[in-house]
Ligand binder design. Structure first.
Ligand SMILES: [Zn+2]
Length: 485
């Protein structure tokens, strides 16, 4: 064996304005160690792990997998939880002989109670253990806060370019290729970080972000360019480093890195007021359902997306649907463990009277009193997302309330893909409308099914009016707030 490739993964996306506490237990919902990171219980290689295995095999290196843990977004992680997770990774690293490279899966927007920059802190400590000369690479989510500490400690940070994040495998491949070149000592990297001084929302599946990403990929074909990332930022993280950044790595050409970074910044600046999608009010969305006849319209309940730290139990849309008595409508996945338990206790075919949702916080609305029939139940369900990823949903229940099919879950998660509904036997093709708790990721996985995709701007913890986010730790001007430099 030619030494070890050390892998670990730790992620969450912290919403400083969320009421949902994030504890160690929240990371145990999606936590693996050792061979379990690479293979599932049937011995099948897990999505994404094959790239690490191939890389290690090609170089006769041993793949050593430490902790892999992620928590659904919420408030800053408890300090004790962060320290325990971090220290497990660091102790594994310290006790692994012959580490030749470190590869990390990170988010980039993880905060603990007294740490604004968990990724920078973790990377710095990893560097202290391995010392200089050992490549440290990471793949991250673009909804991140890029900090000096992160760039200084790591050799190469590659952020996903697509939102919805469909390019994780491609970015992993790139980061591994750079790691390989660094191992062969054939590469000296220069980096440049450009602060775009703006906050925004940047779905890449529509114009003008589609063209922006394509142009960035085109710039990467320059022989001296190694990687260009546009870090969208995560506006609901209250840190001094919030905001969009460009990160460029070149082959030992700092001038080119700086110049390209500035040109990407100028491009995003020029389209800054066109990147957000159009939203509908609840009433506008329901009006469209009435007129429907050509397959389901799929609407994102964008402000109550647990994937951004919202509670996932808001009832604004459900209440409006009940009031209008619309039929052939699906709503989910609403986080309500008590109602799920009640459905499981009653059993399939039974009538239940529930007080649904509206329990977690000020953005949850009021509980909706509903009587319906339990149509399907699931135990410890993993939501399958295009065979590329899995997300725990806990126990699940499908309740039919007049014309509304409501899916309830007991583990908070964003509603990424149709499997969230179909695993219960709920068929979607003949529905008039489907309302999902997701901001934009759902678009990638429901598009085949949908006659139309829409975004409903409900009240919620993810306020899309970025000029009025009540920061306490970030006081510089940014678009769209304040006098611009
Ligand atoms: Zn993201």
């Amino acid at each position: 064996m030619n030494g070890a490739l050390f892998y670990a993964s730790l992620s969450t996306e912290t919403n400083s304005f969320s009421d949902i506490p994030v504890t160690y237990a929240d990371y145990t919902v999606d936590m693996r160690r050792g061979d379990d990171v690479v293979h599932d219980s049937a011995g099948k290689v897990r999505p994404g792990a094959e790239l690490l295995l191939e890389f290690a095999a090609d170089r006769s290196m041993e793949l050593v997998t430490s902790l892999s843990a992620s928590a659904d977004p919420g408030a800053p992680t408890l300090d004790s939880a962060y320290a325990r997770l971090r220290d497990e990774i660091l102790e594994d690293l310290g006790s692994t002989p012959g580490v030749r490279a470190v590869f990390l899966g990170l988010h980039g927007a993880m905060m603990a109670q007294s740490c604004f920059d968990c990724e920078g802190d973790l990377l710095r400590r990893v560097r202290e253990i391995v010392g200089p000369g050992i490549p440290i690479a990471a793949v991250l989510d673009p909804h991140a806060h890029l900090t000096d500490a992160m760039v200084t400690a790591a050799d190469i940070l590659v952020f996903m370019k697509e939102y919805p994040h469909t390019d994780g495998a491609d970015r992993t491949r790139e980061a591994l290729a750079v790691t390989g070149e660094l191992l062969d000592q054939e590469l000296t990297l220069s980096s440049a970080v450009i602060n775009c001084e703006l906050l925004g929302f940047f779905p890449t599946n529509r114009s003008p972000m589609r063209e922006f990403v394509d142009a960035m990929v085109q710039k990467e074909t320059h022989p001296e360019v190694v990687s260009i990332s546009f870090i969208h930022g995560f506006p609901w993280g209250d840190t001094p480093d919030v905001g969009s950044r460009v990160l460029v790595y070149t082959r030992d050409n700092p001038v080119l890195a700086q110049r390209l970074g500035e040109s990407v910044r100028d491009e995003i600046w020029s389209i800054r007021d066109q990147t957000m999608f159009d939203t509908l009010t609840i009433e506008q969305a329901l009006d469209r359902v009435d007129a429907s006849g050509e397959g389901p319209r799929v609407f994102g309940d964008i402000a109550d997306n647990p994937g951004g730290g919202a509670p996932g139990d808001s009832t604004f849309i459900l209440a409006a649907l009940v009031q209008r008595r619309l039929a052939k409508v699906v709503v989910g996945c609403l986080f309500d463990p008590d109602s799920v338990r009640q459905c499981h206790a009653a059993g399939v075919g039974s009538e239940v009277s529930l007080s649904v949702g509206g329990k977690l916080g000020e953005f949850s609305g009021q509980p909706v009193a509903a009587t319906g029939v339990v149509k399907g139940l699931g135990r410890s369900v993993m939501m399958n997302v295009a065979d590329a990823a899995e997300f725990p949903m806990g126990d699940t229940a499908w309740v039919q309330i007049d014309g509304i099919d409501l899916v309830l879950i007991s583990t908070r998660t964003q509603t990424y893909a149709p499997h969230a509904f179909t695993h219960l036997g709920l068929e979607l093709e003949d529905k008039a409308a489907i309302f999902v708790k997701s901001t934009n990721h759902f678009q990638a996985f429901f598009a085949d099914l949908a006659s139309e995709v829409g975004y409903v701007n409900t009240p919620g913890a993810i306020d899309f009016d970025l000029a009025r986010i009540p920061y306490r730790h970030f006081n510089k001007p940014y678009y769209p707030r304040g006098e611009m430099p």
